[in-house]
Structures are given as structure tokens and as C-alpha cells.
Design a protein around this ligand. Sequence first.
Ligand SMILES: [Fe+2]
Length: 166
Amino acid sequence: MSLSRVIELAEAVAQGKTSRDELAKCMSDFVEEKLCIDEHLCWSAEGYTRKQVYCSENVEVVITCFQGNQESPPHDHGGSWGVVVPYQGSISNKFFERIEGNKVRPTGMTVQKPGEVLILEKEDIHQVTANTCADHGNRHASIHCYFPPIPTMNQFVVEEEALRKK
Ligand SMILES: [Fe+2]
């Protein structure tokens, strides 16, 4: 098991030669085996970081690093779908539905622990918050595969009126 095995399987998924589940299991095993990705890890007090470790016309593999309590804005993935597995620390994913324009309202939330798989469908809008991570110096990291490489991430605004009505 290695990061190159994850990349190989991701390419196989893109070409319809293996299943999403196979890739998800491989990513989860990668985390279980605590394989070293130190060379790709980089945290910043300014906000979360995103490092692309592989990209072809079919797929990109990305590693994100958050410090505890850092968060992304609500965003989509420009029509790409993906598989996300936390490597260390847990993350909260808030999901949203689109109301109009760039306005969204929340629909639910999941918490992901290391090794747990989240599939993001191409229409999904979410917001990631890194939970406090006492055992890793409050540092979180996740491994992502996106199909095809994300062309652009659109950002959204949470509709306050919709929040009040809930
Ligand atoms: Fe995302």
C-alpha cells in the first residue's frame, strides 16, 4: 500500500475498470496503516492548505491540512465528484441545498473520523470544519480524489433567513 497505489486505483475508477468502493477501501486502508505522507503536509495559521499530489485529465489527488477550528467556505467542486478520507483528526461536513444564485440553506451535517469515507457527488455543496485535534497538535489532514480534476470551486453564502426559519 502506498500513495501511488491510491493513484493507480483512482485512474482505474476513472476508466471504469474498478469501483468507487474499491478506491474508498484502499484510501481507508492507507490511513489504517498510518502510511507516511509527511512530505505533503503543511499547516498555516492563515487558513487551510491544499496540495495537489497528482493530476491527470481524469483525476486529481489532493491533501488538505487544517488546524483545529479552521474551516472552508461553503463550496461545490465545479461538477467533479470525489472521495474524501481524513488521515488524522476529525472533520465536520455541513451540507447545503441551493436556494437561488449563490445562496444556500443547510440540510445536514456529518462527522468524519480518520479512515471514514465520504463520497461527494458532483452536485454536492459542503463546508468543512476541522474539529479540535488534541492528539496531533491540533492538526488535521485529509486525502481526496476528484473526478475529473476540479475546474473551479464555487463559493456560497448561507441564507440567514432560511436559518432562522429552521
Ligand atoms: Fe470540498
